[in-house]
Design a protein around this ligand. Structure first.
Ligand code: 6CS
Length: 316
């Protein structure tokens, strides 16, 4: 049999590395009986189109990023909120990997014919623009590209930007044509999509991690033979920690590549500067709760609690 796996990112990306690691394990253990066919971004559609293909079962496995997915599964919009997760990446990683969190989301995913296989952090969101973004006032009137969900736009509306939703594939040309003034993505993506070529400044504010989810078609997953389901689950458990290391490595090494290939300015915000953004971001939590309803609100509260608890256990 062939399993089709659709990616929201191009070859060489974090998602691609994830898919390759999964493919190697599953194909190895299945001894030639399962082939995984990987479709990097561009080959079959935008993020939201990939989600539709997974919902209807045309692809079996896919990445579905909350920034886009939240219009389909509003609860996932919680990951577009700024300054919600910890500044400590290990804390975030453990929370995102916890069964407790994944279980909270399983019903909302199932209702959309999706099985949630896990959340994958891909690094800090970094802002690019043609000016430094040190205070919310610097966002004033900027056509700032956001992922396509309503809640993703709210995060930047709160800073005074003019949020401009667009699919990933359109961002480079819109920045180049100055139809967009800025955008947010992890460093590895800023490098591989070439955004740094058409922007003058990268601002490191660490507003949020880029979080994605791995999904499969629900009916397909439920119908998998027991051994195949076990192989898939075991492979996912192995790949998650490995790809966490991969994203850290890619985000570090590609910053060097960007610096070598351009004279883009980089700017790291102080804690005081970050605090002003944190304050401006807080009302978006209420907007999220309104959009995502009681179930979303419960998830938001649970996440806040999990972060508090995990941070209190961090030594020092
Ligand atoms: O900005 C986006 O739309 C995309 N960014 C990344 C890093 N992955 C997929 C997502 O669609």
């Amino acid at each position: 049999v062939t399993w089709r796996f659709a990616l929201e990112e191009i070859e060489g990306s974090v998602q691609h590395r994830y898919a390759l690691e999964l493919k190697e394990r599953i194909e190895g253990i299945a001894d030639g009986n399962i082939l995984i066919d990987i479709f990097p971004y561009g080959s079959i559609g935008t993020s939201i189109q990939l989600t539709d293909l997974a919902r209807e079962g045309s692809v079996h496995l896919a990445f579905a990023s909350p920034g886009h997915l939240a219009d389909v599964i509003p609860e996932t919009g919680v990951f577009t909120l700024h300054f919600l997760l910890s500044d400590n990446e290990t804390v975030n990683r453990n929370i995102l990997a916890s069964d407790e969190l994944v279980q909270q989301f399983s019903k909302p995913y199932e209702e959309q014919h999706l099985e949630l296989l896990g959340f994958v952090p891909e690094g800090w969101m970094v802002w690019t623009a043609n000016r430094p973004l040190k205070t919310p006032a610097d966002f004033d009137g900027l056509a700032f590209r956001t992922m396509t969900s309503e809640i993703a736009a709210e995060a930047y509306k709160a800073y005074g930007a003019n949020p401009t939703p667009a699919p990933f594939s359109q961002v480079y040309s819109d920045l180049q044509l100055r139809r967009l003034d800025g955008q947010a993505n992890p460093i590895f993506a800023i490098e591989e999509m070439g955004f740094y070529e058409v922007q003058s400044t990268m601002t490191f504010a660490r507003p949020a991690q880029f979080v994605t989810s791995v999904v499969s078609n629900k009916e397909w997953f439920d119908a998998l033979p027991e051994d195949q389901k076990r192989w898939l689950e075991e492979a996912l458990d192995e790949v998650a920690p490995l790809v966490y290391e991969v994203q850290a490595e890619l985000n570090a090494s590609r910053l060097e590549t960007i610096r070598q290939n351009s004279d883009i300015r980089t700017l790291e915000l102080t804690e005081e500067e970050r605090d002003r953004f944190r304050e401006a971001s807080l009302p978006v939590r209420d907007t999220f709760a309104r959009i995502a309803g009681d179930r979303g609100k419960a998830i938001l509260e649970q996440l806040i609690e999990m972060v508090d608890e995990a941070e209190s256990e961090v030594p020092g």
